[in-house]
Ligand binder design. Structure first.
Ligand SMILES: [Zn+2]
Length: 481
């Protein structure tokens, strides 16, 4: 049964593209983009999409990615192709077609020749950490996958900045480990940093909150030296757990000192103590920093029974973090992230989409859901957390963390940096604010897709009722009134 709370008036923008679920890191790899398609399917089948403004994700352009990432790294990713593909095209051209390169492969062949003649390719793989380890493999469509994820997070910022939404959601985003010129932890392009940079064109202060099981190192690093972005990460820490950063005393540098907040946790923490800690820390952060917008990375590997993480949250506990941030009434962007027991990830993100709409879903999985068999056991939206898991975080340790964070934040109370009200013209020197913001919003999608295809893409072909172009991403469906 779906229950609506008294706060269902927020306008929620939701970004999706059917293609996202098709990308594949490899059979053994724990990162499965399919979980985004599974979450979407639940959002459609629970009827939540009726209350959402639905946008079709577009691919971010190279120039947009270069606003944070090193231009050569972006070029490298955009031209990368797997060794398999190189061999296939080469072999095809030499053994078929009498040695004549078919016209449709000419461009590919040109790129491949250039690629294989580049003696530095192998060095670049290791320099950029792409394809040289099991963590960050190359796979078919890798760059498009990055472009989709980033395009949606950038457009989440656009819908918030233009007042088209109070809350914007991109479950295909949240790739928080990617660095300026390096892939890390299954992440190649940092959509979160790009989203925040977009927000900083207009907003003075942005708060980043990360509840993924892993430390949000890529985002922290990007904003470590600024007082305009506060990064706050709750994560498992210790015993060589990836990425190994995010200690309590990592607080930022220069004017950014005390604008990085870290809450390192030991395994086994469950809803009660986690939420107590989360509320104590975020309430003080909101009071001290007073952000114009909150960007939240909702990695679901902090859930119980995750394949990689060892925290012990339930879906309801994870979701309460979102409800808590929502009640501050500040514009909110929700992004995905980690999450490796995929049938729990999809349930969690569908549930949290409901929270944004003020609708609580708590019922069996609709039996017509195309992924229904993945929810075996009780076929319910909520799953029981792991019993008999020891919470290795003692109450006194958690209290110590809170008081240490309060001490750090206390240093900001009289800091000049957080009292200014002028909107700066630009944040980074080469990030000029476009004179006509509207032009920016009309950024066209790479190719025109027919209305029918757009609707079919979202699985809501019978019900899409309003089509308009609002930002880079195309709006397919408006909230039903
Ligand atoms: Zn993670």
């Amino acid at each position: 049964m779906i229950q609506a709370d008294s706060d269902s008036s927020r306008r929620v923008a939701y970004f999706y593209n059917r293609l996202i679920g098709k990308f594949h890191y490899g059979k053994e790899h724990p990162m499965k983009p399919k979980r985004i398609a599974m979450a979407h399917s639940l959002i459609v089948n629970f009827g939540l999409y009726r209350s959402l403004d639905v946008y079709l994700i577009r691919e971010a352009q190279l120039e947009e990615l270069k606003k944070f990432h090193d231009p050569e790294y972006v070029t490298y990713l955009s031209q990368y192709m797997s060794e398999n593909k190189v061999n296939f095209v080469k072999e095809y051209c030499s053994t078929n077609n009498d040695g004549v390169i078919p016209e449709n492969l000419l461009e590919e062949y040109r790129l491949i020749t250039k690629w294989s003649q580049n003696k530095n390719t192998k060095n670049l793989n290791s320099e950029y950490k792409v394809g040289d380890s099991a963590d960050n493999p190359t796979f078919s469509g890798l760059f498009s996958y990055c472009q989709f994820s980033a395009g949606a997070s950038i457009d989440c910022a656009h819908t918030i900045l233009t007042g088209q939404a109070d809350i914007a959601i991109n479950w295909s985003g949240g790739l928080h480990h990617a660095k300026k010129k390096e892939a890390a932890g299954f992440c190649y392009i940092n959509d979160i940093v790009l989203c925040i940079l977009e927000l900083l064109r207009i907003y003075v202060r942005v708060l980043y909150v990360d509840i993924d099981c892993h430390h949000g190192d890529g985002v922290e690093e990007a904003f470590y030296l600024t007082n305009r972005v506060m990064t706050l990460s709750f994560h498992q820490y210790g015993d060589d757990f990836f990425p190994g950063t995010g200690q309590l005393n990592s607080v930022g540098l220069g004017v950014g000192r005390y604008y990085a907040v870290n809450v390192p946790l030991k395994p086994g923490i469950s809803d009660g103590p986690y939420l107590d800690l989360f509320k104590k820390v975020t309430s003080r952060v909101m009071e001290t920093f007073r952000p114009d917008c909150v960007v939240m990375q909702c990695g679901a590997d902090s859930l119980s029974l995750d394949r990689l993480g060892a925290l012990n949250l339930s879906i309801k506990g994870h979701g309460q973090c979102i409800s808590y941030m929502k009640q501050f009434g500040v514009p909110l962007i929700l992004l995905g992230g980690g999450g490796y027991t995929i049938q729990n990830v999809s349930r969690c993100w569908a549930y949290e989409t409901g929270i944004c709409l003020g609708q609580t879903i708590d019922e069996p999985i609709p039996s017509n859901d195309v992924y229904y068999k993945n929810y075996g056991g009780d076929y319910h939206l909520h799953f029981p957390i792991q019993k008999n898991v020891e919470n290795k975080n003692k109450a006194e340790d958690l209290n110590k963390i809170v008081s240490q964070v309060y001490d750090h934040l206390h240093n900001l109370e009289n800091a000049p940096g957080i009292h200014f009200h002028d909107v700066p013209y630009s944040f980074y020197p080469n990030m000029e604010l476009e004179k006509d913001e509207d032009d920016k919003m009309k950024m066209d999608m790479k190719q025109e897709i027919s209305l029918f295809e757009l609707e079919k893409n979202l699985g809501i072909s019978d019900e899409a009722n309003e089509i308009s172009v609002n930002s880079g991403s195309r709006k397919l469906h408006s909230k039903e009134s």
